[in-house]
Ligand binder design. Structure first.
Ligand SMILES: Nc1nc2c(ncn2[C@@H]2O[C@H](COP(=O)(O)OP(=O)(O)OP(=O)(O)O)[C@@H](O)[C@H]2O)c(=O)[nH]1
Ligand SMILES: [Mg+2]
Length: 262
């Protein structure tokens, strides 16, 4: 049996060996397509049930330790690590921040976030987790043993760069946020709505590049509002520091007032 990966439209992909979708029509008396589909649904429900149970165990551990947890997601390269680095530069000596760094390969981003006083725990999904394109609750749990949770106020999980799959897996977080780069175009909320719907804040990053782009910010914000009218929007540049006060204020609020922006 392969590893199944659920997508937000309800389909499941067997990542090990994908036999393709079951036949829509079968010969009389041949219900193998139906049975195959039903078996897939049962396996999928079991996997998602397991993820939810592990997410709940994570949540209980976070509560017991008194740590608030933010799941930070984005496309590859939108600026998650840059934003976190700038955040640590401003706030790490004032508050106790831990990071779970999720990447398929390498410790490059974990290394970029070290040396700022924050505990960083790396999960490479290629190392025992099949090279998955997202973090699930079990992967996050595997990183928790390397962190002293009670010594933290806030744990930020930098998810694997991917605009689809990370939004589908609860990891026991208190809040979900995304970083979106102005270089990604105006239409992505409509094309990838699951991610934009899943978050309570959308950080629009790289605003220092706006003068050089044809990015229509109003059209983008309209598209975002179409799929998630409740999303808070924060405009940032990890390069210039624009908007970082507002971002740190949001973290302050999500961490129960224990994070103070520098
Ligand atoms: N001009 C500009 N460049 C930025 C900004 N934020 C990040 N970058 C650049 O964008 C590139 C990707 O940034 P990262 O912080 O690695 O992005 P990421 O989301 O962590 O990427 P993955 O972890 O690979 O998904 C780097 O070259 C950064 O220097 C910004 O605000 N302005
Ligand atoms: Mg990164």
């Amino acid at each position: 049996m392969g590893r199944f990966h659920r997508h937000s439209d309800g389909t499941a992909h067997d990542l090990g060996h994908d036999p393709g979708p079951p036949a829509l029509h079968s010969d009389l008396g041949d219900h193998s397509g139906y049975d195959d589909a039903r078996e897939r649904v049962e396996i999928l429900e079991r996997i998602l049930g397991e993820n939810d149970r592990t997410a709940e165990a994570n949540r209980q551990d976070f509560r017991a330790a008194g740590v608030r947890v933010v799941n930070l997601m984005s496309s590859p390269g939108a600026g998650k690590t840059s934003l976190l680095r700038a955040t640590l530069e401003r706030a790490a000596d004032l508050v106790r921040i831990g990071i779970v760094e999720g990447d398929i390969y390498t410790s490059i981003d974990a290394d970029r976030l070290s040396g700022f006083g924050a505990a960083v725990s790396l999960v490479n999904t290629a190392n025992g987790f099949g090279g998955e394109c997202h973090l699930d609750a079990t992967m996050v749990r595997s990183a928790l043993g390397r962190l002293d949770l009670p010594s933290l106020d806030l744990l930020v999980i930098e998810n694997v760069g991917n605009l689809v799959c990370p939004a589908e897996f609860s990891v026991g977080e208190d809040a979900r946020a995304m970083v979106y780069s102005v270089t990604e175009g105006e239409e992505k909320p409509l094309k990838y709505p699951a991610m934009f719907r899943a978050v309570e804040v959308a950080v629009i990053n790289k605003v220092d590049l706006l003068p050089y782009l044809e990015f229509d910010i109003d059209r983008f914000l309209g598209n975002l509002a179409d799929v998630n009218p409740d999303a808070q929007v924060i405009m940032t540049s990890a390069r210039t520091g624009a908007g970082l006060d507002e971002w740190c204020d949001w973290l302050t609020q999500r961490a129960g007032g224990s994070v103070a922006a520098g």
